[in-house]
Design a protein around this ligand. Structure first.
Ligand code: FA5
Length: 361
């Protein structure tokens, strides 16, 4: 090709490549603008900037240009690539943010949906009653004592002034393991054990625990039940101290306007012995179905510790005296919560037990 002709061809070629580049840039920018998501944007990147894309093709065609034109055209191609890349990146950021926002919106938690309830247990009504009584007495300076449920005949009966053959044993028939070992029939053996251990010191204890009797189960009796024993020993402990203590207990458990009544009774380990009634919390004393028309409800047995019991435990009845009481925890819980059958406490029926959820004792 003659020299002049070659020059004209070169000018045409440069012009053609510049035009193509501008057109490609416009096309790429328009497609970037139109890309609706990151995938479409990536397709644009591959199509225009990829190895098989038109811009790469143009670069490959630069061999046809003169040595002078080549760097100029190279710089121009690079400017276009940089421009397209920058716009691509800006758009990518916008689309990424939009994608995140969309994901967050689609995954948002509907807090108005009701949660799935987690089943948690609650304290047994008898535990509530026992803890409430414990709190009251600990607040008055009592200690909490414990004793074995499998007990010696000696502590359950003999040390409490109930020698073998004593007729009052019939009121508390036990389950015998052997002649000398039995399931305790009341919490009073803890009195005898504590007195023996304290060796003449003054005592102020409360003793909650499980007891057993050969009673037939019915609405108010169970062969296994809970008692709470109280014992105070010291100088000058009088019946009036017992009365004041029981009055405090009744008011705490059943309300400040409760009256108490002490009736003479018999226990071989106390003298004098009493049964304590409270004025009916339902009718206030007028008579109703709860108090069986009497206006009073029996709560516990109590009395002044018998001199024989003091002596057997090594105390001098001429120097010290004391009082004791024994509460049936089920009786208190039945009255307090209006439970009509003692067996409800022992059948583990959640329909019964769940009624005490979040209920203040
Ligand atoms: C006694 O057990 C004496 N130890 C109480 C006592 C202690 C008196 C200290 C004096 C000094 P009693 O057998 O009455 O007493 O029983 C006391 C309470 O236990 C009763 O008032 C009753 O509420 C409860 N109770 C007795 N037997 C049963 C039973 N089978 N089922 C459920 N509760 C019972």
């Amino acid at each position: 090709m003659p020299f002049e002709q070659a020059g004209i061809y070169m000018i045409k070629e440069v012009f053609y490549m510049e035009e193509q580049l501008k057109q490609l840039e416009q096309e790429a920018l328009a497609k970037i603008e139109a890309a609706a998501n990151l995938k479409e944007l990536n397709d644009v990147r591959v199509a225009y900037l990829g190895k098989k894309g038109p811009i790469t093709d143009l670069l490959k065609g630069m061999g046809k240009l003169s040595a002078e034109e080549r760097p100029k055209m190279g710089a121009l191609v690079n400017t276009v690539r940089e421009n397209v890349t920058a716009v691509l990146e800006t758009k990518a950021t916008v689309l990424e943010e939009a994608a995140i926002a969309e994901k967050l919106a689609s995954e948002s938690i509907d807090v108005t949906l009701p949660g799935r309830a987690i089943k948690v247990g609650n304290r047994h009504p008898l535990t509530r009653v026992i803890e409430e009584i414990e709190d009251l007495f600990v607040g008055m300076g009592y200690e909490i004592a414990e004793g074995p449920e499998v007990e010696k005949d000696y502590y359950n009966f003999e040390a409490l002034n109930l020698p073998k053959g004593h007729p009052a044993r019939d009121m508390q028939d036990s389950f015998y393991i052997s002649e000398e070992i039995l399931l305790r029939t009341h919490t009073s053996p803890v009195q005898a054990r504590t007195m023996e251990a304290k060796k003449g010191e003054s005592i102020r204890i409360i003793c909650p625990g499980k007891v057993f009797r050969r009673d037939n189960d019915d609405a108010t009796h169970s062969h296994q039940f809970m008692q709470i024993e109280g014992l105070v020993i010291g100088e000058n402990i009088r019946m009036s101290d017992l009365k004041g203590t029981l009055d405090t207990l009744a008011k705490k458990m059943f309300g400040a306007d409760r009256e108490i009544r002490l009736r003479p009774s018999f226990f071989p380990f106390t003298e004098p012995s009493v049964e304590m009634d409270i004025s009916c919390f339902k009718c206030g004393g007028a008579g109703c179905n709860v108090c069986k028309g009497t206006g009073w409800i029996e709560i516990l047995g109590a009395g002044m510790v018998h001199p024989n019991v003091l002596e057997m435990a090594g105390y001098d009845p001429k120097k010290v005296s004391g009082f004791a009481f024994g509460i049936g925890a089920e009786r208190i819980a039945m009255l307090k919560y209006g439970v009509d059958d003692i067996r409800h406490f022992y059948t583990s029926d959640t329909r019964f037990l769940s009624q005490f959820e979040r209920t203040e004792a």
